[in-house]
Write a protein that binds this ligand. Structure first.
Ligand SMILES: [Zn+2]
Ligand SMILES: [Zn+2]
Length: 133
């Protein structure tokens, strides 16, 4: 299965081959600050299955072991990589052509969740990170 996506302005386009290893909502403070949202839906893929087909991505270290990327023109938050998960990359579900193709299966970093965000979808909640394997 091949999925495509883009940043808000359309300068960055990408293609990634499934399967999706894991999809979740992250409530951590870093995701909030990077995205401007209250939590971020992510999907995890094999890193080498992601191909940036156009545009310029800028990378930065939001924590010592974390690399995030965003469109250098419009700033859309696109990917997340953690040194402890070698060979994997998380892609913002909101950037896919059809985010409804994915079904997040958990909430992570609920310990950082804002008090006025209510989770009532019945999905499992984890205080911090949970690995898919
Ligand atoms: Zn852009
Ligand atoms: Zn996060």
């Amino acid at each position: 299965m091949i999925y495509s996506g883009r940043c808000f302005c359309g300068d960055v386009t990408f293609r990634v081959t499934g399967p999706v290893k894991f999809a979740c909502f992250c409530h951590c403070e870093s995701c909030r600050r990077a995205s401007g949202g209250v939590y971020v839906p992510w999907a995890t893929f094999a890193k080498d299955s992601l191909i940036v087909t156009s545009g310029n991505i800028h990378e930065h270290h939001s924590s010592p072991q974390v690399t995030r990327s965003f469109c250098s023109k419009c700033g859309t938050s696109l990917t997340y990589e953690h040194e402890n998960r070698v060979g994997q990359i998380d892609i913002s579900l909101s950037s896919f052509a059809d985010p409804s193709e994915f079904s997040p299966s958990a909430h992570i970093w609920v310990s950082d969740k804002l008090p006025w965000v209510t989770i009532d979808d019945g999905l499992p909640q984890y205080a911090e990170w949970v690995t898919s394997d």
